[in-house]
Design a binder for this molecule. Structure first.
Ligand SMILES: O=C(O)c1cc(=O)[nH]c(=O)n1[C@@H]1O[C@H](COP(=O)(O)O)[C@@H](O)[C@H]1O
Length: 238
């Protein structure tokens, strides 16, 4: 069974564990390489995925001054991946510089430019933590919406948001803005550190283009079965 709306998070410690999982989950077509695996494995994991004709979300969540994120985006865009992330809270100037650098990096490398999407509010942050710890005076989903709109104004291709906010972002940002939702939990999976979750079918119904799912699949006793159950759940969504 396959499903091209699910991006599976390859949050494993090294290249060998990643390859074992990629080979076990043959029908997964879209993989996310994040901070843990890229820090340990480097770009060689991207070559492994490309050699198996997989789509790649390189999720390095850049968050720095404009000059630094631009340099990082230029380098990352040269790998020929499909999706990349930057934190919206890097600010307007950094978002603009990042978007320009992605275009430059891909032209220089002769590859298709990846879509650059902005992380709005991490799905591990509760509404209470946003107010009490981060001292953000706006409420959700307004704050996530403001971050997404700033990213859209700066030319970014989409945003990462919780499934709880995706309907509002879809309504305001339109159908062409790519909306990616982590924090997705089937009813049978543990929440773990995710605080703002919905089930896979609820997240797609609310307007997500893609779901990012890690541990419910990768940490399951039988990852193939977990993948099948989630894919099956999504076949019931129009
Ligand atoms: O950018 C992301 O992908 C991301 C943003 C966010 O707000 N929350 C979030 O969980 N993620 C990523 O989505 C994946 C979720 O993994 P699980 O919680 O194991 O399903 C992880 O790789 C996170 O890094």
């Amino acid at each position: 069974m396959t499903n091209n709306k699910i991006i599976v998070a390859l949050d494993v410690p090294d290249t060998e564990s990643a390859i074992a999982l990629i080979d076990k989950l043959e029908s997964v077509t879209f993989w996310k390489v994040g901070l843990e695996l890229f820090t340990s494995s480097g770009p060689k994991i991207l070559e492994v995925l490309k050699s198996r004709q997989k789509r790649i979300f390189l999720d390095l969540k850049f968050h720095d001054i404009p000059n630094t994120v631009a340099g990082a985006c230029r380098a990352a865009a040269s790998y020929g991946v499909d999706l990349m992330t930057i934190h919206a809270t890097s600010g307007r100037d950094a978002l603009k510089a990042a978007k320009e650098a992605v275009e430059e990096g891909s032209v220089q490398a002769g590859v298709k430019p990846p879509k650059l999407i902005a992380v709005t509010v991490l799905t591990s942050i509760s509404a209470r933590q946003l107010a009490l710890d981060l001292k953000i005076p706006s409420e959700l989903p307004e704050y996530a919406l403001d971050m997404a709109m700033m990213a859209q104004e700066m030319g970014l291709d989409g945003a990462v948001c919780s499934p709880l906010e995706v309907a509002q972002l879809r309504q305001i940002c339109g159908d062409d803005f790519v909306l990616v939702c982590p924090g997705v939990r089937p009813t049978w999976a543990e929440a773990g550190d995710q605080k703002r979750s919905l089930t896979p079918s609820q997240a797609i119904q609310a307007g997500a283009d893609y779901l990012v799912i890690g541990r419910p699949i990768t940490a399951a006793a039988e990852p193939e079965l977990a993948w099948k159950r989630i894919s099956q759940e999504l076949t019931t969504v129009a």
